[in-house]
Design a protein around this ligand. Structure first.
Ligand code: FEO
Length: 393
């Protein structure tokens, strides 16, 4: 697929892998995007997961015929993009590999490649003929060596993971040629799971690139953005500032239904308080990535957990760890918990979130079966949460 004159999409679709990074479900698959720039010199921007290197090189051969790849530009070293570098070097022994100092530490470490490296620093350029590529270092979007590559002639940004989505590409690669419905939520889930911890580096990268004119954004995953550039840049700006919309995620673990009844009551309270955006999740049923995605979307988080072996219910502990490790900011937060003898779940949740500057609204604790008075307390907690959400609208 030729995106623009001289820029070809040579990425691949993976509809086989169940879990990205062996942890995040891929209900719609995932694409590993790579781009071939054909000028007097030929440059390849990133490679693909090693499992797909045969298909990948067939695509490149079909475009180049007998011509060689002169440069490989490594925007990102995570193996979903760097996985085919060793094979590329075997196929094109003279290929020069372009990256920064941190890229090369990783290339040596992963592939033992130490020669034919062209080191670039922030703002450096590389001429392919009529195409002049510029490089901008964008560390921690998503790894320390991450950089982006810009083609000023065509106003194309090769952005690495930034602006990427889960979801394989179904016949097209340009956003203007496809139905994007599923990609918006998959983009947020990708951001929350993969990039979500690095809000501050994303902000720095956006600031660095703010005056760069963009006609196309070529990410390493998901659609090539052309019609929606303003939207995707705006979304990244919001998410990396941890800005959310008014609404609540109520998530619970429950062994025998008591904590679940409390969750239902909390949710009723939030809705009774005038908030329409309420999503309730059973953390034992829904994969954490989908919950995490909505935690980034909505302003309030209310968590319920039984006490289990004198700790939190395991899936709730794991979920809260995922949220806090991403330094999610500005949450309106409430808790509820139940127990059969010594209840510690609310105490444990308090300990987990205490260093975060969240707005703590309150908590409800229950022992044994849920009594009407506790249901009313939970509805009351929900109404308090709603008040906070509407206050911060
Ligand atoms: Fe798609 Fe951070 O690799």
């Amino acid at each position: 697929m030729e995106i623009l004159d001289g820029i070809h999409y040579v990425g691949v679709n993976d509809r086989t892998k169940h879990l990205f990074e062996n942890q995040w479900p891929l209900p719609y698959g995932v694409a590993y995007n790579s781009y071939l720039i054909v000028d007097e010199k030929v440059a390849l921007v990133d490679t693909v997961d090693i499992s797909y290197c045969d298909v990948f090189f067939e695509k490149i051969d079909a475009i180049l015929g007998g011509k060689k790849v002169d440069y490989l530009i490594v925007n990102h070293m995570e193996p979903d993009h760097s996985g085919s570098i060793r094979v590329l070097r075997q196929k094109y022994p003279d290929v020069k590999i372009v990256g920064n100092a941190k890229t090369f530490t990783m290339i040596k470490g992963y592939f033992g490649i130490e020669d034919g490296l062209v080191e670039v620093k922030d703002g450096d350029t590389l001429s392919l003929g009529s195409t002049l590529l510029s490089f901008y270092l964008t560390p921690m979007v998503h790894w320390p060596e991450t950089m982006v590559t810009y083609d000023a002639k065509r106003k194309v940004l090769f952005s690495g993971d930034a602006f990427g989505c889960f979801g394989a590409l179904n016949g097209g690669c340009l956003d203007s040629t496809m139905n994007l419905d599923k990609f918006w939520s998959e983009m947020r889930r990708y951001y929350a799971c993969i990039v979500g911890k690095y809000g501050s580096p994303v902000q720095k990268a956006l600031a660095k690139l703010k005056d760069v004119p963009l006609d196309y954004i070529c990410s390493t995953h998901g659609p090539v953005w052309h019609d929606n550039i303003g939207k995707v840049v705006g979304l990244y700006d919001r998410w990396s500032r941890y800005e959310s919309e008014p609404g609540a995620v109520v998530v619970y673990g429950s062994m025998y239904g008591n904590t679940e009844q409390m969750a239902e009551a909390v949710a009723r309270g939030i809705v009774a308080g005038g908030v329409k955006n309420v999503v309730v999740y059973n953390a034992s049923m829904t994969d954490a990535s989908f919950i995490l995605s909505d935690v980034f979307k909505y302003s309030a988080l209310v968590v319920g957990s039984p006490t289990y072996m004198n700790e939190l219910f395991p899936c709730i502990e794991s979920l809260l760890q995922k949220v806090t490790r991403r330094d999610v900011k500005s949450k309106i937060f409430g808790m509820f918990g139940s127990a059969s003898w010594a209840g510690v779940s609310v105490k444990r949740m308090t300990e987990m979130v205490e260093k975060y500057n969240w707005t703590q609204v309150g908590s409800v604790e229950n022992l044994h079966g849920v009594k009407l008075s506790k249901i009313e307390e939970c509805e009351g907690l929900g109404k308090q949460i709603a008040l906070e959400i509407l206050k911060n609208k």
